[in-house]
Ligand binder design. Structure first.
Ligand code: TPP
Length: 246
């Protein structure tokens, strides 16, 4: 999709693709034929700039046809660089302005807890996104309302827009979430078996959970993996061909 549209944020999408594959094929209680069914789990992509991974997961899961992915970020296209709820079924929220997904998820979880407590709200955030103060207001709110139907997932790739996350703002995410009363899980964000196991465990917790997933920005394109450049990289002809031939 990056190659067709000649647009970036490639690394930010590749690092969450394994997480989305496990969520959409193993974890979420959803029905592509009834995308608005109240009795469904919700998945909120709070780090909206990883949108291409979300569109691909929704297409593969049958919410719309895979050909539509060619309509990503092109003139006359359908899919924007950040998700818009209106453009296709299965997109739960419009996102892109970082730091809002967990608050929106908190509201959804509060309603669901009263009406359908077994349904979960999953919110995927970036590690850099967790610099936003609103994330911590939501964290407090969720703990204080005992919303154990919230599962936050942090894409912990160690990078954000302008550098390494540890250089921009030192934060021990696990200690912080723990201090607010959340249950913490660590997982390799590229190991589908482990991801499935941990996410299923988080579903049975009596507390709100955060799954800190160690990921690699630019995963699967060796020359950009684990670099800041992955964020801005546009897939070139050679890389596109290599991946197609595989
Ligand atoms: C409120 C807000 N501020 C700034 C941006 C610009 N921005 C887009 S992506 C990004 C980096 C986010 O880092 P992280 O959450 O770690 O995502 P990753 O780099 O891992 O994809 C920033 C600052 C934004 N989208 N929203």
């Amino acid at each position: 999709m990056s190659y067709w549209s000649k647009t970036a944020e490639t690394g930010s999408a590749l690092c969450i693709s394994d997480i989305l594959a496990v969520l959409y094929f193993k974890i979420l209680h959803i029905n592509p034929k009834k995308p608005d069914d109240f009795d469904r789990d919700r998945f909120l992509l709070s780090k909206g700039h990883g949108a291409s991974a979300l569109y691909a997961a929704l297409a593969e899961r049958g919410f719309f046809s895979v050909d539509k992915l060619k309509k990503y970020r092109v003139n006359g296209g359908i899919f924007h660089g950040h998700p818009s709820k209106e453009v296709a079924p299965g997109i739960e929220i419009s996102s892109g302005s970082l730091g809002h997904g967990l608050s929106i998820g908190a509201g959804m979880a509060l309603v669901l807890k009263k009406s359908l407590p077994k349904r979960k709200v999953f919110v995927l955030m970036g590690d850099g996104e967790c610099n936003e103060g609103s994330v911590w207001e939501a964290t407090m709110f969720i703990a204080s309302h005992k919303l154990n139907n919230v599962i936050a997932i942090i894409d912990d790739n160690g990078f954000q827009g302008f550098g390494k996350t540890s250089d921009v703002h030192t934060m021990d995410l696990a200690t912080k979430f723990k201090a607010f009363g959340w249950q913490i899980f660590h997982v390799d964000g590229h190991n589908p078996v482990q991801l499935e196991k941990i996410l299923n465990k988080a579903k049975t917790s009596s507390r709100p959970c955060v799954v800190i997933a160690k990921t690699i920005t630019g995963k699967s394109i060796p020359n950009i993996e684990n670099t800041l450049h992955a964020h801005y990289y546009i897939v070139d002809e050679k890389t596109h061909k290599n991946h197609h031939e595989k």
